[in-house]
Write a protein that binds this ligand. Sequence first.
Ligand SMILES: [Zn+2]
Length: 99
Amino acid sequence: MIAIGGRKYRLSFVEKIGDNGDWGKISIENRTILIKRIGNEEEQKRTFLHEVVHGFFSELGGVVEGNEELICDGLANQLYLFIKKNGAEIDWIRKGAIG
Ligand SMILES: [Zn+2]
């Protein structure tokens, strides 16, 4: 289960999402995140983070209008690089000790 704010979401990897070629989908109502099994694992991770950012905005009360997809893409890419490049600091946040 994925925790976003006070909610927990079930993460599933699927072959297909709808009919419009989506790579990922978050359902706030159903508490699910779907990620399409595309060939590139990095793209799956970025897509996962994109859906998580949608979840963050939902927690904030849906403050983004219109360009949420672009903002989610941008923040997901920044988060991906931040997580990849800052393992010690992420461990510090998680465990309280910097390595
Ligand atoms: Zn999106």
